[in-house]
Ligand binder design. Structure first.
Ligand SMILES: Cc1ncc(COP(=O)(O)O)c(C=O)c1O
Length: 422
């Protein structure tokens, strides 16, 4: 133990693991008892291999908060409206497999992913729920990969229908798919005018079954009028498929914003993503349903020093102390997804107090100004996103500083940061 004097007081510094917090205290080497903490080498053998990490930089994913959000969304829907949690892009950075397992436990109708790779990883992890791939399969030969792993592909045009029909004939197997209609997103999907011919072909092709038809809203968070125009265009195609062609399928359209703002978008199934993770799809979303952020991003102080006034910190020497200061280093950098735009801008939490980022965020380490944090010590938990004491840093706060959306903040947390389900 070393001593660090600050403003006439003595600060005691401890080994990193000694300053644990509630759930985090159970993680990695911090699971060790106080006695073990005195002898760091001896701790590792008591920890499950999968949970060992040494870098003091991790994400905690609270599965009970995920279930809480799922329940709140369910309560917002009519009884027979199904839910397809969108667990793509590694569950918006939260950890895809772990949350897909939780979604399955909750008995969701289907899980949405963005790629064949994500779907395959879920299957390999033992997930049995129906899985819809929410992007187009390219090249079309890859449809057989979807079929081999029981993943439902999205089809967006006649070429896709023909390729799926060919595959069904070759495999002598009825194949399911969802058809996407582009009513104004302009991404993938058949335009409504092209959809009529495609639907006629589908109705005449018994080898393939359209189990779902969907569209995606472009401005559900900001523009209810355009969203209604998209919904109307979609409903017209749905009506044609059902009334004129007698097709039976699940119709779905609503992302989180649409789900909250317009109940008419719910149809047979909704596709919430961001709201399941407890993040707001638009500014006042909490007025509709109060959700709990599922993700916290944490680190620990791994280096601590007193510096004089006029001392420069980090690349570019952009931060200069204007008083005798205490500067801490945390093992978090832009290679972890902690954006360089947060340099000299962002805050983190230490002992329940906001502490500013001092100087530039570097690739693997960032410095923080902890002057004035009473009792600050080596090993203190640092919260980058989440709560500590009465303070909270939301992904939205970081998003604002980076001129982006909360979605990108959690998605950007790099795979090298361990995700721990608590
Ligand atoms: C096709 C599709 N549906 C649903 C969602 C979920 O959207 P949100 O996260 O806004 O709820 C997404 C997300 O991008 C998507 O691409």
């Amino acid at each position: 133990m070393t001593n660090l004097k600050q403003k006439g007081k003595t600060m005691k510094t401890q080994p990193p693991s000694a300053a644990g917090s509630s759930k985090a205290a159970k993680i990695g080497q911090n699971a060790a008892s106080d006695a073990e903490n005195k002898h760091p080498i001896g701790k590792i053998q008591f920890v499950k291999r999968a949970q060992v990490f040494f870098r003091q930089n991790w994400v905690e994913v609270d599965k009970s908060d995920f279930h809480f959000n799922l329940k709140k969304i369910k309560e917002y829907l009519a009884k027979d409206t199904k839910i397809m949690p969108v667990i793509k892009a590694n569950a918006y950075g939260h950890g895809g497999i772990a949350l897909a397992k939780e979604a399955q436990k909750a008995g969701v109708a289907c899980i949405g992913v963005s790629s064949l790779e994500e779907g395959i990883s879920f299957r390999e992890a033992g997930i049995k729920s129906p899985i819809l791939v929410l992007s187009n399969v390219f090249p079309l030969e890859n449809l057989q990969v979807a079929v081999a792993h029981s993943l439902t592909p999205t089809i967006s045009n006649m070429a896709g229908i023909m390729a799926l029909e060919d595959l069904a004939v070759r495999l002598s197997k009825k194949l399911n798919f969802h058809l996407e209609i582009d009513t104004g997103m302009g991404r993938i999907g058949a335009l409504p005018e092209a959809a009529y011919q495609i639907l006629q072909k589908i109705a005449q092709t018994p080898e393939i079954t359209m189990t779902g038809m969907y569209t995606h809203f472009a401005v559900a968070d900001t523009d209810p009028v355009f969203t209604q125009t998209q919904l109307d265009a979609f409903l017209k195609v749905v009506k044609f498929a059902r009334a004129a062609l007698g097709l039976k399928f699940t119709a779905h359209a609503a992302n989180s914003a649409a789900l909250f703002r317009n109940k008419r978008t719910h149809l047979d199934m909704v596709r919430p993503g961001i709201s399941l993770y407890g993040l707001s799809p638009f500014k006042y979303a909490e007025r509709f349903v109060k959700l709990k952020p599922v993700l916290s991003w944490k680190s620990r102080i791994t280096f601590l020093k007193r510096v004089p006034s006029g001392f420069c910190v980090s690349y570019g020497r952009t931060f200069v102390t204007n008083r005798a200061s205490v500067i801490a280093t945390i093992p978090v950098g832009y290679a972890d997804g902690y954006n360089r735009l947060l340099s000299n801008q962002g805050d983190v939490l230490v002992r329940g107090k906001r502490c500013p980022i001092a100087g530039r965020v570097t690739m693997d380490m960032t410095m923080i100004d902890v002057t004035g944090v009473k009792g600050v010590s080596l090993g203190d938990e640092v919260v980058l996103i989440g709560s500590q004491g009465k303070e909270q840093i939301k992904a939205d706060e970081l998003a604002k500083m980076q001129d982006t959306i909360n979605y990108e903040i959690t998605c950007a947390i790099s795979p090298r940061v361990p995700r721990i389900v608590v």
